[in-house]
Ligand binder design. Structure first.
Ligand code: 9D3
Length: 261
């Protein structure tokens, strides 16, 4: 997988690529990330990449010509054509489906927005898609590019160890995670759920799926709607909700949920 990032802060991208799963993908050579700074494409004394917005108003706008040159430089590094994506607050929501598509495509050019944005004509003529990572205001597209790169890197074959790999997905796909515990068996007077210590793998599997379904139902009912439920899952969710209704008091998870209790 090859990804080129056009950014006025290339070090922000480069430095973040050294860690964890993404770092390993880069080391292994499964992921190659190039950063292209539009400032290297301009040769006036101030190496200007931004300017004041026509029509007035606060802030600056990234100029079209330096970005066009940088995107051209980026495209030259790909054998086949790569999709050119603008990361801006006004794009389509990036999700796991887009990550899968991008990972399968093998090449991607990301343009990180900055300041008030990018000259619209550049976006119209040099960009294939616009992606946003969510409904909050960032100060630029670099962190969004890192989010996109991270999500894609884990999908490159060989990046994840077999233990972490897609195996688990078949049964928990599209759900929030179940709770995790490690030693000691008691912390702050709270015991690890006994089933996890039982060695009964079928019971553990059912418990995890029940917890994942329950949490997803409470926090993200839209995800349940999207994926549907099997007959077994319906039963497990009923069990979860019945158990929850029969219990009172707070458990720290209430703060994440809607009004259901
Ligand atoms: C407060 C500025 N806003 C005025 C209407 C618009 C605006 C301009 C530039 C808001 C954010 C940004 C910078 N954001 C990004 O470059 C960005 C982003 C984001 O803010 N949220 C979610 N995903 C992304 S991807 C790039």
């Amino acid at each position: 997988m090859r990804i080129a990032v056009v950014t006025v802060f290339p070090q922000m991208i480069r430095e973040a690529l050294a860690y964890g799963v993404v770092g390993r993908a880069v080391e292994r050579g499964g992921l190659l990330v190039d950063c292209i700074d539009p400032r290297d494409q301009v040769h006036d004394v101030h190496r200007t990449v931004d300017d004041r917005p026509y029509g007035g108003g606060p802030g600056m706008v990234l100029k079209a010509e330096p970005l066009a040159a940088a995107l051209g430089e980026a495209a030259a590094r790909f054998e086949a054509g790569a999709k050119r994506v603008y990361l801006g607050a006004d794009g389509r929501r990036f999700d796991q489906g887009l990550a899968r598509e991008a990972a399968a495509a093998g090449g991607l050019i990301l343009l990180a927005g900055r300041y008030e944005g990018v000259d619209e004509r550049l976006l119209e003529t040099r960009i294939d898609e616009r992606w946003s990572i969510g409904d909050y205001v960032l100060s630029g597209g670099e962190l969004a590019a890192l989010v996109v790169i991270d999500a894609i890197a884990r999908l490159i074959p060989g990046t994840l160890g077999s233990a972490q790999s897609v195996e688990q997905e078949s049964f928990s796909d599209g759900l929030l995670d179940w709770p995790h515990y490690t030693r000691p068996p008691e912390f702050d007077g709270r015991r690890v759920p006994e089933v996890l210590l039982s060695g009964d793998h079928a019971a553990i599997r059912r418990w995890r799926l029940r917890e994942a379904l329950g949490r997803t139902w409470l926090c993200r009912p839209d995800l349940i709607e999207r994926r549907g439920m099997s007959a077994e899952e319906r039963v497990l969710l009923e069990e979860y909700l019945a158990e929850r209704a029969g219990r009172d008091g707070r458990n720290g998870f209430d703060s994440m949920t809607r009004s259901q209790k």
